[in-house]
Design a protein around this ligand. Structure first.
Ligand code: ATP
Length: 392
């Protein structure tokens, strides 16, 4: 489900992008970008009608598997690659389209590269002040100081990159990119060189820094936890386009397509039958009858698309609750200790399997039968035609 925008585009070939007064509030508009690599039989469509928009001050994230086009999207927005069609607007100005082209250095874009790309022979202060050559020495020194304070490295201007940890180098790269006050900051897998413990902490720190600076940012990652920790809006990419552009909560709880549901989070897909009666909708699955309270697009699409009412129901591990009093039992076939919780793989009487997150003081052995019930405030269903192998 790629984003669709109705307003016409003055001065831009693609329908949807807006310039001038209409564009106030949008820091970045990406409209139907197409870009391929190679020629003829070896041609790869890296971007295929990629569209999304970011408001000023928002943090967006392109999330997707390796090869889905994330880096190509970032490089095209930065101006390192030319799109074949489509357009990019930054702060209401068209910077790339069939008619217009703005050089990367004139786009007001800051980039934090995957490997940080710090200059090894320059100290931290010179690295951070690199993009401030037009400023006076006093202004530059003041801005470098402010940036180092913002990223939590005050007083480290005289150190050299090799004297810093990976996390500290990343902060310096961030300070350098933020120093010229870019309209947009682009970050390419900013945590990929860091160990997993540090990643989550730095993702939260980075969000705080960007929000404090009021910077609009777009990052790309294949790590959903990073995307969820950092972003206001996440675009799940597949084969060069966006499947869903939404808040992290909705991406997880109300995935628009089977592909999004499959890529984001764990879950199982069970067959169900939808029934509409007296204005109420419900779906029958092996775990019981679930009311469709919140009439989500997905639930309706899933229910309406099939005349005989058959659907596929998404069950997240947190939708399945262990309950000794429940009449429904399932057998533990696998368990993974996750500290506060166990992730159980359970087999239902029909042979279907599902996942359940259970507090870790409920320690059950493999083979044991435990009571379970469904507990969620909404049901997500998909058309059976969309069915793909269930992920466990
Ligand atoms: P990763 O997470 O592995 O970095 P990605 O989602 O960033 O992947 P891209 O690097 O944008 O993906 O690549 C998208 C597609 O374009 C891939 O099929 C890739 O092989 C291809 N591609 C990217 N750069 C080039 C290039 N310079 N020449 C040819 N093909 C390329």
């Amino acid at each position: 489900m790629s984003a669709r925008f109705p307003t016409p585009v003055p001065g831009c070939a693609v329908e949807g992008a807006v310039e001038g007064a209409d564009a106030r509030g949008w820091a970045l508009q990406v409209e139907e970008l197409c870009l391929s690599f190679g020629a003829a039989r070896t041609k790869v469509a890296a971007l295929d009608k990629l569209s999304f928009r970011l408001r000023r001050g928002e943090i967006g994230c392109l999330l997707g598997a390796s090869g889905c086009g994330k880096t190509t999207a970032l490089r095209t927005i930065a101006g390192f690659l030319r799109p074949e069609s489509g357009c990019v607007h930054i702060d209401a100005h068209c910077v790339a389209s069939a008619q217009k082209w703005t050089e990367p250095e004139r786009r007001g874009v800051g980039v934090v590269f995957q490997d940080y790309a710090l200059f090894p022979h320059l100290d931290v202060a010179a690295n951070v002040g690199f993009g401030l050559r037009r400023h006076s020495a006093a202004e530059r020194a003041q801005r470098v100081r402010a940036m180092l304070e913002l990223v939590g490295l005050p007083g480290s201007g005289a150190r050299f990159p090799h004297e810093l940890s990976g996390g500290q180098q990343q902060r310096v790269a961030l300070a350098r990119a933020l120093a010229p006050q870019p309209s947009i900051l682009l970050l390419d897998e900013p945590f990929s060189n860091l160990d997993p413990d540090l990643r989550e902490r730095l993702a939260l720190d980075l969000r705080e820094i960007l929000k404090r600076a009021g910077t609009t940012a777009l990052l790309v990652t294949h790590d959903q936890y990073e995307a969820f920790a950092l972003a206001d809006r996440v675009g799940v990419m597949q084969a060069g386009h966006i499947e869903q552009w939404d808040t992290p909560y909705r991406i997880y709880h109300q995935p628009a397509t089977r592909e999004v549901a499959d890529f984001v989070g764990l879950g199982a897909f069970l067959p169900g039958i939808v029934e509409h009666r007296d204005g109420q909708s419900q779906v029958h699955i092996e775990l019981g009858t679930l009311p469709i309270r919140e009439r989500t697009d997905q639930a309706i699409a899933g229910a309406a698309a099939n005349v005989d009412g058959e659907v596929i129901v998404l069950l997240r591990p947190d939708d399945v609750v262990h309950d000794d009093a429940s009449a429904l039992h399932a057998q533990v076939v696998r368990k993974a200790f996750r500290g506060a919780q166990f992730l159980y793989t359970l087999r239902l009487p029909s042979g279907a399997t599902l996942l359940a997150l259970v507090p870790s003081h409920h320690d059950h052995a493999i083979g044991e039968s435990i009571g379970i019930r469904f507990d969620a405030d909404h049901v997500v269903t998909f058309d059976v035609q969309e069915a793909a192998p269930t992920r466990h």
